[in-house]
Design a protein around this ligand. Structure first.
Ligand code: GLA
Length: 393
């Protein structure tokens, strides 16, 4: 065990008075591109972060679950018998929901002692909740002796979030957390659930992926997310398709949409999904051929679509993207090749494809600008595509 894992094992011992059986980890994610396409049967292209949720766990003789978080020192206790949506609230609902989801699917679990820690920034749109769900789903299935394919683990975690926590998310975050591989982005077709690992190493080309947390307060996120989803579903009904993904299969051009969608808002929502699916596939091609300038343009076009058609960006993230793209070139800094807000929207993180040695200059430019405008100071780091969920010890 590394010293880090040892520390979690020791905390487990202190909390529960016995040794843990193992430690499992599941990462947060950055979505390179493909926003709000997953619940429309479309394509996404996420990768896993090195930042993970970790859980130390051991089975119990009874059907009780004790779950403790090192992040806030809180403990929740509940029984697997009678576990139902509403019984557990707050952060522990993500763990409880996964156990509920597993039992709903017919997997009988033992009681569990769980100790959770996480390095995934919370509330930044980097899927700290999916990381927590996936670390627990992995620990629980392992301890119950249940072996499930990645897509099923992701589906069970998504079910927990949809029907236990009450957030109508798609499958992207959970799939990225369980199925991503180091040095690759994961091309996922959310309708067929087929995946392709696309090599994603920027360093040999002296490039890097900058992640900046805008630290903009999320505003009405859950309500707005559900509203966007409902608008997409309404658009699909008007167009007479099962999901908006069919528009891609049918080769529908964005210019054809206005004649078929009289409502202006629905038109814009549908246009975002249609064009975003095309951008995901174009981004994969750009990665395959090493066409990074083009990849940058695709990322920036995704941001414009999220801003103008899907209306999920905020002033803070729009300004950051603008700054990253328009910083005057000098000996120390080159403007980003492309930038976009990532995740569900209304704040969270912006990513930028940059020259590796422009990291300091670009971050400083974004921070200066935020300070001048009276925004909270953003923080940034370089993200490397890392491994998916796994047992650590
Ligand atoms: C959130 C959801 C995902 C996905 C993104 C937007 O992260 O959890 O399922 O819909 O928003 O692309």
């Amino acid at each position: 065990m590394s010293s880090e894992h040892l520390a979690l094992a020791e905390h487990f011992h202190a909390a529960y008075g016995r040794a843990c059986t193992g430690i499992w980890a599941a990462p947060g994610r950055v979505n390179l591109i493909g926003e709000h396409t997953d619940y429309n049967g479309g394509f996404v292209l996420p990768f896993a972060l090195p930042q993970v949720s970790e859980v130390a766990a051991a089975a119990r003789e009874d059907r009780m679950v004790h779950v403790r978080s090192l992040l806030n020192g809180e403990t929740a206790e509940f029984s697997l018998d009678g576990l139902a949506p509403g019984v557990v609230a707050g952060w522990a609902a993500y763990a409880a929901g996964v156990l509920w989801s597993l039992e709903q699917a017919g997997h009988r679990l033992p009681g569990l002692d769980l100790l959770i820690d996480s390095t995934v920034p919370i509330g930044a749109g980097l899927s700290s909740s999916a990381a927590l769900e996936c670390s627990v789903v992995l620990a629980a299935t392992d301890l119950a002796g249940v072996d499930l394919p990645a897509a099923e683990l992701a589906r069970l975690a998504q079910h927990a979030e949809n029907d236990f926590v009450g957030m109508p998310c798609g499958i992207m975050d959970q799939m990225a957390s369980v199925a991503a591989e180091a040095e690759h982005v994961l091309l996922l077709d959310t309708r067929s659930m087929s995946t392709e690992q696309v090599p994603f190493t920027l360093a040999p080309d002296d490039l890097a992926l900058l992640v900046i947390d805008s630290r903009a307060e999320h505003r009405l996120v859950d309500g707005e997310y559900a509203a966007r989803r409902a608008q997409c579903e309404a658009g699909a009904r008007t167009l007479g398709v099962q999901s908006l993904r069919e528009l891609t299969d049918d080769g529908v051009a964005p210019e054809e949409l206005p004649a078929r969608l009289p409502d202006e808002v629905t038109l814009r929502r549908v246009r975002h999904v249609l064009t975003e699916n095309a951008r995901v596939l174009a981004a994969r091609e750009a990665l395959r051929t090493g066409a990074y300038a083009q990849l940058g343009e695709i990322l920036s076009a995704s941001h414009a679509s999220a801003r103008d058609d899907f209306e999920i960006t905020v002033e803070e993230t729009d300004t950051m993207v603008q700054t990253l793209l328009s910083v005057p070139a000098s000996d120390h800094v080159q403007p980003a090749l492309g930038a976009r807000q990532v995740g569900g929207g209304f704040g969270g993180c912006v990513i930028a494809l940059i020259q590796a040695d422009s990291f300091d200059g670009l971050l400083a430019a974004v921070q200066d600008n935020a300070r001048r405008r009276g925004f909270t100071e953003p923080t940034g780091f370089l993200a490397h595509a890392s491994a998916g969920a796994r047992r650590l010890a």
